[in-house]
Design a protein around this ligand. Structure first.
Ligand code: SF4
Length: 261
């Protein structure tokens, strides 16, 4: 895609600026695909898929540009009397490690990581039951249950599984970003700009809410798995509560497009 085409696409009047910044990236289920520049670009790129040799040429060219740019930076630095080797990064590495440790130790991050494991365990242990459910519906079809009912039931179950699997990892990724951002923001002055930590936490909270609803529906399909399902629900509820407490402005964060009236 050429630079001018990209600019024209992003500036199309129907596009909602920045809508893709705080979405859940589930484009297949998104009602804003026609107003999202990110979606339009990825669609366009897919239709312009390059062959392997073309891709190799692209990366080779980029590497050459990288080398040229580095040389330009060195020349300019010399011209302005800047010693690039003397750039003081201060305690950057130490601070970064500390921040990462604090982030990973936070309950939001630890519990959302546990949730990933819980979901995998649930699906591993429910494999046979899910198969049996399919067989049960096949038998019902043979006994005369209308095909439309069976399709509806199957689609319902598949939708629930899709929702749970979609947010399973995303909740953790978004909370990790939110907590990391919040810890970083501690030293920054409070300004009027929306905070990325609030936006990331909001996306996580939406994933949590939808997952809670999906587990609730799952209970009606597999009542035998009540204990394990409740274990997941309790963890999600704890996660929901602690996220709202730790990042109190998350719910009111305004996401372009999605939260417009
Ligand atoms: S806003 Fe919708 S279409 Fe755009 S990237 Fe997000 S999910 Fe996909």
């Amino acid at each position: 895609m050429k630079k001018e085409d990209l600019i024209n696409l992003v500036n199309r009047p129907e596009m909602i600026s920045g809508i893709y910044n705080y979405c859940d990236r589930w484009c297949e289920r998104c009602s804003f695909t026609s107003r999202c520049a990110n979606y339009a670009i990825s669609e366009q790129n897919q239709s312009e898929q390059k062959s392997d040799p073309e891709n190799k040429a692209f990366w080779d060219e980029l590497h050459n540009v990288f080398q040229l740019t580095l040389e330009m930076v060195k020349d300019s630095a010399e011209e302005f009397g800047i010693d690039l080797d003397a750039v003081d990064l201060g305690n950057y590495e130490e601070d970064r490690k500390k921040l990462e440790e604090l982030t990973m130790a936070h309950n939001c991050v630890r519990w959302s990581k546990d949730y990933i494991t819980y979901v995998n365990d649930w699906f591993d242990s429910a494999k046979d039951l899910i198969e049996e459910k399919g067989e049960e519906w096949e038998s019902k079809a043979l006994l005369g249950m209308p095909e439309s009912n069976i399709i509806k039931e199957t689609n319902n179950l598949n939708d629930i599984i899709d929702v749970l699997r979609w947010y399973q990892y995303q909740i953790h990724v978004k909370l990790r970003r939110a907590i990391h951002g919040k810890l970083e923001e501690v030293d920054e002055p409070d300004d009027e700009f929306p905070k990325d930590s609030d936006g990331s936490a909001k996306v996580a909270l939406i994933g949590i809410d939808r997952s809670i609803a999906a587990w609730g529906k799952m209970l009606s399909f597999f009542p035998d798995k009540e204990d394990e399902t409740f274990k997941n629900l309790v963890l999600l509820e704890k996660l929901r509560k602690i996220t709202e407490k730790e990042i109190p402005n998350a719910r009111s964060f305004h996401r372009a497009g999605f939260d417009d009236k």
